[in-house]
Unconditional design. Structure first.
Length: 209
């Protein structure tokens, strides 16, 4: 295994090039997974324009727009790390409205947002048609442990010290969930692309021999 330092700009360029070349039946389903401190939403958003420039239609979907209703999500309190780990994201909804329609036999009719967590109601977003050959980027946290059908998995990893240092104080209660994720799922061991993101100005690609 080699760790190759890379600039943030070159990371986006290399990832976009890799995804632009990747083929999958139907549409390419990509997870951009990492804790909030690693900013997976920002990385996915940065990939949209380069992929479109390469001729690939793109839809960026945030897992934060597929949370369960507050009555379910917060049943055990607002700061329960086990509930956060096990049940905040509506994985069934994400599969039904995004990943299955983007799959080999899917219609290509995707819902970019299911739930407005701030208003705690359905987002009422319109469906979007993603043509064959398109790319759907699903960004968020704890995406790789539930068997969701992704074709490419990108995982942003921070050391425990960096994660603790860079996590917003209001979200420090989530740290046990990420420790559990690393221990039980170990996404860095199987993700297609692993990026060390301890310092956002100096990421590094983990390359397997």
């Amino acid at each position: 295994m080699r760790v190759r330092p890379i600039t943030p700009e070159l990371l986006v360029t290399e990832l976009a090039d890799r995804l632009a070349r990747a083929a999958a039946p139907g549409r390419l389903r990509v997870a951009v997974d990492g804790p909030p401190a690693a900013e997976p939403d920002a990385l996915a958003a940065a990939l949209v324009d380069p992929l479109r420039a390469a001729g690939r239609p793109v839809l960026h979907v945030r897992a934060a727009d597929f949370l369960r209703p507050a009555s379910i999500r917060l049943e055990h309190g607002r700061t329960n790390p086990d509930a956060y780990y096990e049940g905040w994201v509506d994985e069934a909804g994400l599969r039904r409205e995004v990943l299955d329609p983007a799959g080999p036999d899917g219609s290509g009719r995707l819902l970019p947002s299911l739930w407005d967590a701030d208003a705690d109601r359905a987002s009422r977003a319109p469906y979007v048609e993603l043509p064959p050959g398109g790319v759907v980027l699903v960004s968020g946290t704890l995406l790789l442990g539930g068997g969701l059908p992704f074709d490419v998995a990108v995982h942003l990893v921070l050391s425990p010290a960096a994660l603790g240092r860079r996590t917003d104080p209001e979200l420090r209660w989530t740290l046990p969930a990420f420790a559990r994720y690393a221990d039980e799922v170990d996404p860095a061991s199987f993700a297609d692309v692993v990026v060390r993101a301890d310092d956002p100005r100096h990421p590094a690609l983990v390359e397997r021999d």
